[in-house]
Design a protein around this ligand. Sequence first.
Ligand code: PDD
Length: 255
Amino acid sequence: MFGDGIYEVIPVYGGKPFTLPRHLVRLSNSLKEIRLANPLSDAAWTDLIAEAIARSGEETAYVYVQVTRGVAPRRDHLYPPDATPTVLVMVYEAPILERKTVTPLAMITLEDFRWARGHIKTVSLIAAGLLKNEAVAQGADDAILIRDGYVTEATASNIFIAKNGVLVTPPKTSLLLHGITRDVVVELARAQGLVVEERQISLEELENADEIMITSSGHETWPVGMLNGRQVGNGEGGVLWHQVDQLFQEFKGAS
Ligand code: PDD
């Protein structure tokens, strides 16, 4: 009733959960932020997730993990003191992860009217859903969200731009989700000697970017070809996107 819970989406490649320790850290942080005790140890989560994947029989999939506050005797804003959190683990097929074709996305910018605790991966996704549906109603694939003139993220992914050979992504404040794909991309790019700046991106800078890309567990890295009806760069994946994507695919293959 209160949307009082948090979740994780973990990609599965070759029957193995990808970057699971990072997801468990974020799960634990989200739980702390909503003042809900973590019902399982990291070892127990790891076993449970492995069991769910094994039982599904899937090789390429997502694991969805959700923890909500639990069952209470009546509706009350005050947290029930003795409730046992409800844990849900679900495995589902993920055709997008096979990446047969990477068609650049068409995005529009919309005002980010979500709450100011975007770093919590909450199941309360009504604002994200409204924004995504508004973008699609306007003929786009998704929206890049702008708060006080600056990019935060997209409705379910993080944003990078490239300008003059430099990658830029917004810093990890409480206004956006600290994406795991984002972190992996930043680390891989820097290890390769690419320059990555973590700083604010103004709407004007976004509109003048040489390249725009998104990162998420669902899309890995994916180019944006159109922004607000105008072509971004050559409209295909740019040089830096290709480089970053290659690094990511190599890392995935080695994981
Ligand atoms: N979404 N920002 C938001 C608002 C997100 O919901 C997500 C992930 C990301 C990317 O985070 P990561 O790289 O850790 O997946 C950024 C998931 C996939 C979802 O809700 O389906």
